[in-house]
Design a binder for this molecule. Sequence first.
Ligand code: C2E
Ligand code: CA
Ligand code: CA
Length: 633
Amino acid sequence: MVNRRRRKADRLTLTSMLGAGQLMAAVAALAVAGVVLLVYQVLSLHQALNSETRVQAAIVADNLAAPLMFRDRDAAADALRALRSAPYFRWVAIYDQQGLLFEYYGVNGHVPVAERHALDWLHSAQETAPIEYRGKVLGKVVLAHGTRGIREAMAHYLGLVILASLGALLLAQLLARRTRARVVAAERELDYLAHTDQVTALPNRRASYGLLEEAIAERGADGGRLALLLIDLDNFKVVNDTAGHSAGDDLLRQVAGVLGAVVDGSGTVGRIGGDEFAIVVPAVAGRAEARALAEKVTEALRSPFQVGGSEMFATASVGMCMYPDDAVSMGELVSRADTALYHAKQTGRNRLAEFLPAMTLQTQRRVQLERDLRRALDHGELAVHYQPQFECASERMVGAEALLRWHHAEHGFISPAEFIPVAEDSGLIVALGRWVLERACADAVTWQCPGAAPVSVAVNVSARQLRERGFLDEVVAALRASGLPAALLELELTESVLMEDVQAAVQFMRDARALGVRLSIDDFGTGYSSLAYLQSFPINQLKIDRSFLQSLPGEGSTIVSAVISLAQDFQLTVVAEGVENREQLEWLQRAGCTYAQGYLLGRPMPAAVLLEVMAEGRKSRTYRGTADAPHRV
Ligand code: C2E
Ligand code: CA
Ligand code: CA
């Protein structure tokens, strides 16, 4: 509020100063022009009066030679009286050769004045003409006119100038007012653009943080509490990529509407990023109230949206942080709400996470992990383990999945579930993935045995790797360097990886298939479950996620058999992963599942152990057992 008010005040003073300034400049310009005009008029009127006086004096002088010569005063007086009707005439006098007054004539009591003072020209125009006869000067005529005419004319002029100036000022004022109105409108528009998100018409990032700052200042003053909720849509990118940007915009508008309805005046909703929203609840009684609102938000977004005629889901992860309980400054509040949001996303999305101090420790651990992971490869802390995959029908080993292992010098074994996301976020996965690919291809070459069935290797590929332009070249290079036939390499891609950029993913898959490499969809059923893409993606295999196997036999059987028959329809093979007991394996064999992978058949193990297991298995005609945690069937 404070900011907004300040902006309004700035705008008003700016525009009113513009108006007053313009007005003063116009008045000054008009005053200067008026003075110049008036002075010029005075001077030219005086000049005209002087020359008229001079001409009349000369005419009178011509008629006075005889009267003066014969000193005929009556005749002289007659000649002088002829001037009485001349406008503004005052007096006329005749002086003889000696300069003595011979005769004069004046009106309204004016008498000749010989001496002239400096400012007399203001009151009268006085001119002298010689009286001559045949070249001889007999005397002179002095004629005086009053300047009342000039003053009257000047008074008129002044009136006119003032009138014209007032008119001009009025016009200028009208124009200025219109300009000012336009400036104000333009400023308002700019202000709107600078603080409003164009898609949803909600306050944008800048405005949202401004509102948060104001709310913090207000709560700081009254000792109250406020809540900040950061909301991130879970699958927005997928919607944007599959349904197009205008559908994405439509969805964002609908989400904005839902958030506005949930908040219902108790706070402000803003869009602070592509698919990120912020809700500032400027006054809450306590954590429970804020939590209730945040839960309403997650709940409301679980309902499907109608976008472009089809139903779409825009579930959201929400991070919540309270002032002053969790943070006291704006930067801290935003960063901690973000930490909570990150936590919500990491723990499965579509949920609310409140900030806890332990989360900061987790963030610190991530930072530390990232730093250590950079050195892990050089320090020889990384290794690739292999988990065997079996053909369900024959129970023969047909391949193995490469799984990265990190044995940290200090912390011991660190789960890939923890460090792979760190590697993905930091981009380290590109280098690590390349290393795994090279190792896996090189190791797989050692598994092949003349006369025995070939054994393939499956390598996990993360989104970040697929986004790298040269990834396909890396695959080609790894195959070439190891000599592994392309048909024995399988790349495991997840649904979300493929949906990130569908076009690029399809292109990559076509190129990879052209090389002869096999492709499988990992964790099938957990990502964006659209079956439509099965038709457009050139894949070979589906890997049913472990979570479905857990409830097998039992409630999971419906989904697993549906996936198996779906795969058969599309001529795809199926791998069931996470097979932990004999019952599950037998169920899968009956259901017609192609391959199985899991602790029952073998845990992930170092390459050397896998080789031993394979050699042993060859003797007993099957490959079973592990070294990670030896397990025999
Ligand atoms: P994933 O690709 O789904 O790998 C299968 C995971 O399930 C592995 O966990 C494996 O040890 C585990 N698993 C296999 N059989 C069973 C079973 O019967 N029961 C249970 N409970 N678990 C079983 P792991 O090795 O911890 O890997 C976790 C995830 O880390 C992998 O999931 C994969 O997404 C990622 N990952 C591992 N290595 C790499 C890699 O080299 N590159 C990339 N991009 N990701 C990797
Ligand atoms: Ca995998
Ligand atoms: Ca998997």
